[in-house]
Design a protein around this ligand. Structure first.
Ligand code: BJW
Ligand code: ZN
Length: 258
């Protein structure tokens, strides 16, 4: 464990040293991030207890097409509140370290791909270029009648759910349970996982498919695999290196000079 940024135990130090070796010697890196990477920016993870008005709702049930069909006002309010929280947050040291890593890889002619399940766009804000957004983003809203999609930066919305000029209601441009992921994003992610030399899974529970399978795709194609998470996940027992700790602490440490 990294603890709270104080003492690093010898086991973790050795794992950090091995990850640095992987990073130095690989020609292509694919990184998958999840809600844990944004947690240190103050954005609750998907499985964190909900607070206030939302305490009685299960996020797994709100993030469904059925919930939106049943109560569009409720679901729209939930996303609006999350957008409001996000607007007040900044990228953390983990986001910034990943943007720097991309620069270093690309400057040395090596392939780097960032795949995120997060809908908050904090990677882009930190300077990451072209992250693949597997689950979309709550900054885009799409009309359920005419399909027009546009960026909605205004928070909070004056009315719920927001309406399109055509009169239709808009929904967040995210991927809900039971919905297909954007085809191009998924194809890019699959191809990148299956052709990289190093795959890193960061701050994700490894439970939600198909993103959860990307690490296996990489390993089955011969990539080295690394995981960083506060808690053990289904990946922890089989990846090459698993470190328990916070990405906002560990990523800058890994990228710092030994
Ligand atoms: C830290 C940290 C710190 C904290 N540092 N770490 C195969 C088998 C079984 C089921 C399925 C299957 N294939 C498809 C399914 C169904 C379903 C699914 O996976 N269900 C599972 C729950 C079992 N998948 C789908 O429906 C997907 N669609 C699909 O596959 O279409 C085809 C199909 C449909 C139906 C049947 C079969 C095929 C769509 C999935 C869409 C997920 N959407 C959401 C909501 C997005 C919008 C929103 O945000 O509201 O995406 S759900 C939610 O989970 C969100 C996240 O992106 C996603 C992943 O969560 P993530 O990032 O892992 O976060 P958490 O909160 O779960 O975990 C945080 C982690 O961070 C924890 O581990 C902490 O320890 C750690 N952490 N702080 C490091 N500082
Ligand atoms: Zn419309």
């Amino acid at each position: 464990m990294t603890g709270t940024g104080n003492q690093i135990d010898p086991g973790t130090q050795e794992r950090i040293r091995r990850i640095r070796d992987f990073l130095r010697t690989c020609d292509s890196l694919t990184v998958l991030t999840g809600a844990g990477v944004s947690a240190e920016s103050g954005i609750p993870t998907f499985r964190d207890a909900q607070t206030g008005l939302w305490a009685k709702y299960d996020p797994m049930e709100l993030a469904t097409p059925e919930a939106f069909a049943h109560d569009p006002v409720l679901v729209s309010r939930w996303y609006d509140e999350r957008r409001g929280k996000c607007a007040a947050c900044k990228p953390n040291q983990g986001h910034l370290a990943l943007a720097r890593l991309q620069q270093e890889f690309e400057a040395s002619g090596r392939r780097f791909m960032l795949i995120t399940q997060n809908v908050d766009r904090l990677h882009k804000q930190a300077g990451s270029r072209n992250p693949v957004e597997l689950h979309g983003t709550f900054w885009l809203w799409r009309c359920t009648s005419c399909g027009e999609e546009r960026e909605e930066r205004e928070v909070p919305f004056p009315d719920h759910p927001p309406r399109c000029a055509c009169g239709g209601i808009r929904r967040p441009g995210v991927v809900w349970f039971g919905e297909s992921l954007p085809e191009a994003a998924l194809a890019t992610a699959w191809q990148s996982a299956g052709s990289c030399e190093l795959f890193m899974s960061l701050g994700t529970s490894g439970l939600v498919e198909p993103a959860a399978s990307l690490a296996r795709v990489a390993a089955n194609s011969g990539a080295k695999t690394v995981e960083i998470n506060l808690e053990p996940t289904p990946l922890s027992t089989w990846v090459d290196i698993s470190i328990a700790g916070a990405t906002g602490e560990l990523l800058p440490l890994i990228l710092s000079e030994p």
